[in-house]
Design a binder for this molecule. Structure first.
Ligand code: GDP
Ligand code: ZN
Length: 327
């Protein structure tokens, strides 16, 4: 039997599930792969595998109910292709705790109301995406819940991100606004959806992957415990093509260790400022160009404020840690 190329969707111990052309295969990993590099297979990895057992597609009736059970194929992973990106749990490159390999984009989903979004929250997640070189997309959801004048303000906020080169969507699961367009943006990519509890993540994921057993709704976001107690990520196939990663580990996304200089490089509009010092943190150092850029409108004021806030917070954390060590 031949070799196929597929995407790892689940890793459980030494076994993994690999999807190839819409068919699942249960695969073993050739032991020598990764051993030398001290790496581990992660969901999202693109692999070459040899088929040792063909899958049975099974059949569904008109209502999508299985009438003949589907059966996974079997295979052995022979090679893992180089990763385009790696979303890590912690910044510990030695331990290589990759939550998801080859993640293409992160949808930052916020609601205009119930709960209302905070720009600083969006900015923080964008910094995390920039650090791992993953595309950030900003979605303002529940547009049906706001009046026209507020909707205008939301559109202005969206324009700020759009001007920085991020794709943005205004959507409403209730009225259907932007829903098709947003759905298309997931096709043939590996995506993650992050955002505050109640913003509409499960609603969106359920529409993208109908019938999948979504963990997002099953796990309480506050403590991460629930029906599924493992923290391993899984990729859910999207019928139209592509995958969505579903993992409790993503809930802390953006709250991970960042250092202040990484924050500075996570704000695109601040990277090319002509400050006097190359490592300028833009906190009114001599020769800093940030204030003038805000004044001229080149840098959005609220973005700059959220930036300063985030940097201060991190510097304080650092100080706190150092004091603790001294004691
Ligand atoms: P999650 O916590 O981010 O997964 O949010 P859910 O998808 O569970 O949605 C929280 C609540 O908001 C549910 O009652 C949804 O029905 C509702 N909801 C989701 N999207 C919209 C929307 O666009 N408009 C309105 N009005 N309600 C929505
Ligand atoms: Zn500066």
């Amino acid at each position: 039997m031949g070799r196929l190329i597929g995407t790892v969707t689940k890793v459980v111990g030494a076994k993994s599930q690999v999807m190839s052309a819409g068919q699942p295969y249960r695969c073993d990993l050739r032991a020598r792969i990764f051993r030398r590099k001290n790496k581990r297979l992660a969901v999202g990895d693109e692999v070459e595998f040899s088929v040792t057992g063909e899958p049975e597609a099974g059949t569904k009736d008109d209502e999508g109910v299985w009438v003949a059970e589907a059966r996974e194929g079997e295979g052995v992973i022979e090679a893992v292709r180089p990763r385009r990106s790696a979303l890590r749990r912690v910044r510990d490159f030695k331990r290589d705790q990759v939550i998801c390999a080859n993640l293409d984009q992160v949808f930052i989903l916020v609601a205009v109301h119930d709960p209302p979004y905070k720009r600083a929250f969006i900015d923080r997640l964008i910094v995390a995406c920039e650090r791992d070189a993953i595309e950030a997309v900003v979605v303002f959801n529940k547009l049906d819940l706001c009046a026209d004048d507020y909707a205008e303000l939301v559109a202005e906020d969206a324009a700020v991100y759009h001007a920085l080169g991020y794709r943005t969507y205004l959507s409403s699961a209730s009225s259907g606004l932007g829903v098709d367009e947003l759905g298309l943006a997931f096709t043939d990519k590996i995506s993650a959806v992050v955002g505050p509890s109640g913003a509409g993540k499960s609603t969106l994921l359920n529409r993208l992957c109908p019938g999948e057993d979504l963990r997002t709704g099953a796990v309480s976001e506050s403590d991460g415990r629930g029906r599924h107690t493992t923290t391993a990520a899984e990729l859910m196939p999207i019928p139209a093509g592509g995958f969505v990663v579903d993992t409790p580990g993503l809930r802390g996304f953006g709250l991970w260790d960042l250092d202040p200089s990484e924050v500075a490089s996570g704000y695109r509009e601040l990277i090319d400022l002509s400050c006097k010092y190359r490592n300028c943190l833009h906190r009114s150092e001599p020769g800093c160009a940030a204030a003038a850029a805000v004044e001229s409108g080149e840098v959005d004021e609220e973005r700059y404020e959220s930036y300063l806030h985030l940097v201060e917070e991190l510097l304080q954390d650092d100080e706190g840690r150092q004091n603790q060590r001294r004691r």
